[in-house]
Design a binder for this molecule. Structure first.
Ligand code: UD1
Ligand code: UDP
Length: 390
């Protein structure tokens, strides 16, 4: 018997984390794999589809400049109603905490199609942070039949919400699968491979061992407005006080991010504001960096795996594993706090070395294998050796 599995995602991070799984499903016996993208993101999604050679069977093409949460939710729901009625799957897989994830889970629930949630069980316990992601993942958890939790901590969060243990698989996070695949490709490129991508002057500064590289990303909705002004002011102060550092910021395409970032940081000699990078050069850039300053979810998982200190511009995180291990530090969005924290880590050799310990609390690169096995086996409960543990 063949089971028809429809994977649905819409944004860059979901695509990076789901691409290896779609490839695994495409190759699995007994599974008919269908890919549906909502295109909540467009260019940033297409970058990932191209890298992994994925061609969606359905594309809702819903992104509109400056869209809000109502736009995304309603367009997803209505678009997926049509998709499910013409190409009904036996199982829908959604990922993480985006509005695509929540709306696709809800659409499947309305059509009585079982839902599998990849990266299930992450929680901060605060519905406002991150907003709306904490609500999205909690809501989709209520209508999920099969929970693929990345870590045992995430599993415990689900059990605390009375989710039945036999519906939870601890698989590791598929981000580590994606990262390891791409890191191996990137490591095999010849020296100088990225000269054209970055231009010679920037490439030479990034590659120089005499200069320090700080990689920055930021896009959280709850930081829009004053939060972004504060964090950009911190970056400006760091750049001005440290001409010996290069700060590279691939700027998210959200206009709420572009505006403050370009207004506050454009024109500084050692700050490089660039377009969002394809995943390959971004992985290369993470590897080259001395420190990562971010509010991203995925980068909090990738940084530790690459042995890079990560400073997180948020008050809370749903990924406490690396914070507990001491390689990720929460620094909030206060200007002074960010400046002090970056200078403390960069200026204290012992602290820097302690934060640069490569470790993988989020997975071992076999998450896809575990998820595909769970689906192929008809969701037989897994034995403990089959589950990811640190
Ligand atoms: C979304 C997710 C967030 C995730 C982030 C990853 C929601 C509510 N938010 O936030 O959880 O962490 O993606 O990056 O699900 N844009 C483009 N081209 C693109 C992508 C975005 O132009 O390829 C611009 C558009 O103007 C778009 C805007 O960015 O309207 C916002 O995109 P949206 O997906 O609504 O929010 P993100 O901030 O990207
Ligand atoms: N990323 C990328 N190019 C960039 C910035 C980030 O490929 O210019 C990757 C990054 O390695 C990670 C993912 O995008 O895998 C994170 O996406 P984002 O920070 O937008 O979303 P979040 O993880 O916060 O939901």
């Amino acid at each position: 018997m063949t089971i028809k599995v429809m994977t649905i995602f819409g944004t860059r991070p979901e695509a990076i984390k789901m691409a290896p799984l779609v490839i695994g499903l495409n190759e699995a016996d007994g599974i008919e794999s269908i890919l549906c993208v909502t295109a909540q993101h467009r260019e940033m999604l297409d970058q990932v589809l191209n890298l992994f050679g994925l061609k969606p069977n359905h594309d809702l093409d819903l992104m509109a400049p400056g869209q809000d949460l109502f736009d995304i939710t309603t367009r997803c729901l209505l678009g997926l109603r049509e998709v499910f009625r013409t190409d009904r799957p036996d199982l829908v897989l959604v990922h993480g905490d985006t509005t695509t994830c929540f709306a696709a889970g809800l659409a499947a629930f309305y059509e009585n199609i079982p839902v599998g949630h990849v990266e299930a069980g992450l929680r901060t316990g605060n519905l406002q942070a991150p907003f709306p992601e904490e609500a999205n993942r909690s809501l989709v958890g209520r209508i999920t039949n099969y929970h693929f939790a990345p870590t045992s901590l995430a599993k415990n969060n689900l059990l605390a919400e009375n989710i039945k243990e036999e519906t939870v698989w601890v698989t590791g996070n598929t981000v580590i699968d994606a990262l390891l695949i791409v890191r191996d490709i990137v490591e095999n490129y010849p020296d100088g491979h990225w000269v054209n991508q970055f231009g010679k002057p920037l490439f030479e500064r990034i590659s120089s061992t005499n200069r320090k590289l700080i990689l920055i990303t930021g896009h959280r909705r709850e930081n829009f407005g004053q939060g972004f002004i504060d964090l950009c002011s911190a970056i400006r102060e760091l750049a001005e006080c440290h001409p010996e550092w290069d700060l590279v910021y691939p700027v998210h395409l959200n206009p709420n991010v572009q505006k403050p970032v370009y207004e506050i940081l454009d024109g500084l000699k050692n700050v490089n504001l660039i377009e969002p990078l394809d995943y390959e050069p971004f992985v290369w850039m993470m590897n080259q960096s001395d420190l990562i300053l971010t509010d991203s979810g995925g980068i909090q998982e990738e940084g530790p795996a690459l042995g890079k200190p990560v400073l997180v511009m948020r008050e809370v995180t749903e990924r406490p594993e690396a914070v507990d291990a001491g390689t990720v530090l929460l620094v909030g969005t206060n200007r002074e706090k960010i400046v002090t924290a970056v200078e403390n880590v960069m200026g204290d050799k012992a602290k820097y070395i302690a934060m640069s310990r490569a470790h993988n609390p989020y997975g071992d690169g076999l998450a896809v294998e575990r998820i595909v096995r769970a689906i192929s086996s008809g969701f037989l409960p897994t034995n403990s050796e089959d589950q990811w543990t640190i």
